[in-house]
Ligand binder design. Structure first.
Ligand code: ADP
Length: 433
């Protein structure tokens, strides 16, 4: 049973994997017990700690942000159907805090179809999360002190953002009208926001961009959104919704079953943070096995070598397997193998190592890298995870079942690129019960 009854209260659809974890992490901090699923699970782990009926909120992780529009809509509608069949009271469509999409992007079409199915009337839209420097003022999105269009997002390879006016951005993607709830209205309190939304609804407006420049604004708008069937937001608005269900922050929301056993780290991220974390781990005396993409490409059995090396080393002291390399080294490999091919080879190898490690008894595993995490979760056949305590902002420990881990399950921490302090690979294990 969840805190309120037998049904999950909040159903969330996230347009990418790490965004889903970020949202789930915020919901847990706000007191909800959360299960995150990878797509729509085909088995539901009845009776286990990650069974859906143990959750206040369910977050479905999709890979729809840059998918063709039809596919993104179809995936999102299937997820919405499934969540509705579980009896959720409200749906949350989680988009990126920088509102990543092209003009032909997916946010508008997906949100419009969801609104149609839910007969949502007006839909509030707010990507702000002031705690992580994303604010919305006069419907313009800021990243720290600069407008979105002046931030590095301007040059993003897949979803360049050159317009900071969210009314314009969303209007270009939507058939329905896009309106605005000004910050002055938000400061007026929940009732004032509700009145403004109602006025916009009566006026035939479909979406309302809602301003927020402080976390307090998210709490206020959260209360105003209590009876909205659909909310479109970054991960920030999540902190304001649990209060509507009588839920407040509590440590028990993050409690996970114990998973004892050897510890390991697999790192395929080449971000600056991951490079520093690998160096720090080795400097502290941690044992590490380097994975060289050129040796994989030359046909060497790197997985076999890595698992043989792991052999007697698997214990309470974590061991690291890393393809992580500095930018020049990565560029040189990419020039020789091609960007995609290099990425694929490394992901395949690291995920096979992760699977082999779990088959050999590892039960506490950190994976660094967004794509690398996706590949490892797939290799381990993880379909759903219970979200536990936060290690660093955006990165919680999770408890997952995997056929390779048997009935006891395993602890997973999936860290995307630039997340985590320099000692992440050491301190994370110290945070487990
Ligand atoms: P991040 O979250 O930091 O972006 P990802 O795992 O999403 O990390 O992406 C890193 C990509 O780089 C993956 O496709 C990975 O396989 C690839 N990669 C890792 N190490 C190397 C390397 N030494 N040379 C080339 N590509 C690499």
């Amino acid at each position: 049973m969840n805190s309120q009854g037998k049904k999950p209260l909040l159903g969330c659809i996230a347009d990418d994997f790490t965004g889903a974890t970020d949202l789930a992490n915020n919901l847990v901090r706000a007191g909800m017990r959360v299960v995150q699923t990878i797509g729509i699970p085909t088995h539901t782990d009845i009776g286990s700690a990650i069974a859906l009926e143990t959750a206040d909120a369910i977050v479905v992780a999709l890979k729809s942000r840059t998918a063709p529009i039809d596919e993104a809509v179809e995936q999102s509608l299937s997820a919405a159907n499934w969540l509705q069949s579980l009896g959720v009271a409200q749906l949350y469509f989680k988009v990126c805090s920088t509102f990543d999409s092209t003009d032909r992007g997916n946010i508008g079409p997906v949100a419009e179809e969801l609104a149609e199915v839910l007969q949502a009337g007006i839909v509030p839209v707010c990507p702000a999360f002031p705690e992580t420097n994303r604010t919305v003022y006069k419907a313009h999105l800021y990243v720290g002190d600069v407008l979105l269009s002046d931030s590095s997002m301007r040059h993003h390879p897949l979803t360049p953002m050159t317009d900071s006016n969210l009314i314009h951005v969303l209007q270009r993607q939507s058939k329905g009208k896009v309106g605005h709830v000004d910050h002055a209205v938000v400061r007026g309190g929940s009732d004032t926001i509700r009145e403004r939304l109602e006025a916009l609804r009566t006026d035939g407006t479909r979406f309302a961009i809602v301003d927020a420049i402080a976390n307090d604004d998210l709490m206020t708008m959260g209360r105003a959104f209590a009876s909205m069937p659909l909310v479109v937001a970054g991960s920030g608005v999540a902190i304001g919704l649990p209060q509507n269900f009588g839920i407040s922050p509590s440590e028990s929301a993050a409690q996970l079953p114990r998973a004892q056993g050897p510890r390991a780290i697999v790192s395929g991220s080449c971000s600056a943070a991951s490079n520093a974390q690998v160096v720090d781990f080795i400097k502290r005396g941690g044992e590490a096995f380097p994975v060289d993409p050129l040796r994989i490409a030359a046909g060497n059995d790197i997985v076999g070598e890595a698992l043989h090396w792991a052999g007697s080393r698997l214990s309470e002291s974590p061991v690291l397997f890393y393809a992580t390399a500095a930018p020049e080294a990565v560029k040189s490999v990419q020039a020789q193998l091609g960007v995609e091919h290099a990425g694929e080879l490394v992901e395949r190898t690291l995920s096979a190592i992760a699977l082999g490690l779990v088959e050999r008894g590892v039960r506490q595993l950190i994976v660094a890298g967004g794509e690398t995490s996706g590949a490892c979760v797939q290799a381990l056949e993880v379909q759903q995870m219970r979200i536990g305590p936060q290690i660093d902002p955006g990165v919680p420990w999770c408890y997952a079942l995997s056929p390779a881990a048997g009935k006891d399950g395993l602890m997973l921490a999936l860290k995307s690129g630039n997340f985590g302090t320099v000692d992440f690979f050491t301190k994370a294990f110290g945070m487990l019960p």
